[in-house]
Design a protein around this ligand. Structure first.
Ligand code: SF4
Ligand code: SF4
Ligand code: SF4
Length: 249
């Protein structure tokens, strides 16, 4: 069993904008790519080119069609990785101490050398954010790219999570959510950022920005109709003369 830190001043995490995420999966591929290249053991795939491919991913995007009470249906793309919860239930259930939360920045990690692959942490996580790597036999999860964000060997602009760096829609933001002055905290305050499943009492550090309401078109209005009207009852000018002349032939 591992104790959670009483308090971590710094709370590094992600803010994910559900309004601008287009569900392109670039963050999924970037996450898999970076972790395959840099992680202790690769995130294994099974039958990647076969009929039933499967594999371990630390970040997944789920897409939903939402039907509002009024107005047209909306698509919401919902990226999900570990939320680095303050009261992370995955940590105290770990029998070997392999799962832990860092005091200095709040990142939740797994020490693979101590993990016995019992899966208790995956059972305890209400978000399904942990991944058993079937080849390595150990539990893996989003590391918040701890090997990028503090990595002096990388150019400064690359010292952020791979998924944030790659998102073409700028839907993913990284920063210190423990600092109310940080850009991410201000974004959460301005856009009414929310916790995922707050009733679970996990106090996630990551936040989601809800989709903005879409502009309505006034019920059954056909938005194309005005553009499909003829510009004049009868053709005018040279084209009118040509039309009339040709019509007489
Ligand atoms: S890369 Fe950005 S836009 Fe694409 S799925 Fe991920 S969060 Fe959404
Ligand atoms: S999202 Fe799940 S794996 Fe991540 S800290 Fe919270 S409980 Fe643990
Ligand atoms: S922070 Fe890193 S490990 Fe976590 S989802 Fe993004 S790319 Fe993957």
């Amino acid at each position: 069993m591992t104790d959670l830190p009483q308090h971590s001043e710094k709370k590094l995490g992600l803010v994910i904008d559900l309004d601008t995420c287009v569900g392109c999966h670039a963050c999924v591929v970037a996450c898999k790519g970076w972790n395959d290249q840099a992680y202790g053991a690769p995130l294994s795939d099974s039958e990647p080119y076969g009929a039933d491919p499967s594999g371990a991913f630390l970040n997944r995007v789920h897409s939903y069609e939402v039907l509002p009470e009024t107005g047209p249906a909306q698509h919401v793309h919902f990226p999900k990785s570990c939320l680095h919860c303050e009261d992370a239930p995955c940590v105290p259930v770990c029998p070997t101490g392999a799962s832990y939360k860092r005091v200095e920045d709040g990142i939740v990690l797994v020490n693979e050398d101590a993990c016995i692959g019992c899966g208790l942490c995956a059972w305890a996580c209400p978000y399904g954010a942990r991944e058993m790597d079937p080849s390595a036999g150990v539990m893996k999860k989003c590391t918040l790219c701890v090997d990028r964000i503090y990595n002096d060997a990388l150019p400064e602009e690359d010292r952020e999570p791979a998924c944030v760096r790659t998102c073409p829609a700028n839907a993913r933001h990284f920063g210190d959510l423990g600092d109310p002055e940080s850009a991410v905290s201000q974004l959460v305050a301005e856009r009414g950022g929310i916790d995922l499943m707050p009733e679970q009492g996990t106090r996630p550090v990551n936040k989601y920005l809800p989709p903005r309401p879409r502009d309505g078109w006034g019920g059954d209005t056909d938005v194309l109709a005005p553009y499909l009207e003829p510009v004049a009852e009868e053709p005018q000018g040279f084209l009118g003369w040509l039309d009339r002349t040709l019509g007489k032939l």
